[in-house]
Design a protein around this ligand. Structure first.
Ligand SMILES: [Zn+2]
Ligand SMILES: [Zn+2]
Length: 328
């Protein structure tokens, strides 16, 4: 038998190669290889690293062990755009035959872990037992498969980038239509949705070396955000502080004192917000040693969370655009 063939008979050969890439032997390597063999078989891909190289795209849904094994067997890679990563946190992958337009999604069954124990009861180490069992368990016990249709846009396909635009906020270039159009300007994802990194203050000098950093009169940008319904302000910084203070003190009275407004004013803020938003934000109760108190409802906490999300995104956008334009 040709030892390049993607078949279960070649499992050990494929495993050896995948361990070399991944760095260790683990249940995920065996499972990933089994998944890839099954997937390729179903979509009629025989030679993924050779003549079928341009016919295959694999979508992985986790960035754990299994993904390396799938990559090793299929030869698909992020850089060649034949491996697509979706951060779903699931032990699943989809194998897509481009010319035949058929795709199969395979997910590892959770019960397989438990069943694996039964195959090698003498092996004490759980992971060793799983590793050995996954080599011989039937596909039906390991996986669930489903036929799917895959949505792939021209800009997601392998090949040269189809277009490139400049982000209006940070000035960095964006390939492959990953930009967002907001009032006729293009924004990159970090600028429009927030990103995994935070630009450190000191790196501002990167944009320009002409500004003298003087802590007394350094130019900074401020922006104000509030929510309105029909021209009536509903929520902004002041009301956010009120809700946060209620959460902190468990009392409207103490919260009002903290943000220096009258109890009456605090009360009217709360009732008007509740009325206009149509949800209860604060639960008031009587009794207890303090003679009653107030807590935020889950709706209020959720609302605060969303508002803070929005605030953070807007601040980042404003800061970046400011740095870009003013070169500070
Ligand atoms: Zn591993
Ligand atoms: Zn940007």
């Amino acid at each position: 038998m040709n030892n390049k063939q993607i078949t279960i008979q070649n499992l050990e050969v494929l495993l050896k190669e995948s361990i070399k890439n991944h760095g260790h032997l683990c249940p995920g390597q065996v499972l990933g290889i089994r998944m890839a063999i099954l997937g390729l078989n179903i979509i009629n891909i025989k030679d993924p690293k050779g003549k079928d190289k341009k016919s295959l795209i694999v979508f992985v849904e986790s960035d754990r062990c299994l993904t390396d094994a799938i990559q090793s067997v299929t030869g698909c890679s992020l850089g060649r755009r034949t491996l697509k990563f979706f951060d779903y946190g699931k032990v699943a992958a989809t194998f897509y035959n481009i010319p035949q337009n058929n795709a199969i999604r395979i997910i590892a069954k959770e019960e397989a872990k438990e069943k694996a124990k039964g195959y090698f009861p003498s092996i004490v180490d759980k992971y060793k037992a799983q590793t050995e069992a996954y080599k011989i368990m039937p596909n039906e016990e390991l996986f669930e498969t489903m036929t799917v249709k895959v949505k792939l846009k021209p800009e997601d396909m392998p090949g040269k980038p189809l277009k490139q635009v400049k982000c209006s906020a940070c000035g960095e270039y964006i390939q492959d239509s990953r930009e967002t159009l907001i009032s006729e300007s293009n924004f990159c994802k970090p600028c429009s949705e927030g990103s995994y990194y935070i630009l450190q203050q000191t790196e501002k000098t990167f944009f320009s070396d002409t500004v003298v950093h003087n802590s007394q009169n350094e130019l900074i940008v401020k922006s104000k955000l509030w929510l309105e319904i029909k021209g009536e302000p509903i929520f902004g910084r002041g009301r956010k502080q009120l809700l946060l203070a209620i959460a902190k003190y468990g009392s409207i009275n103490k919260a009002a004192k903290e943000i220096q407004i009258s109890y009456k004013k605090a009360w009217s803020y709360i009732t008007s917000m509740e009325e206009r938003l149509g949800v209860k934000l604060v639960d008031r109760y009587v009794g207890g040693k303090d003679g009653g108190g107030a807590v935020l409802t889950n709706e209020a906490k959720e609302f605060l969370r969303k508002y803070e999300d929005l605030e953070e995104g807007i601040n980042e956008l404003v800061n970046r655009k400011f740095w870009r334009i003013f070169n500070v």
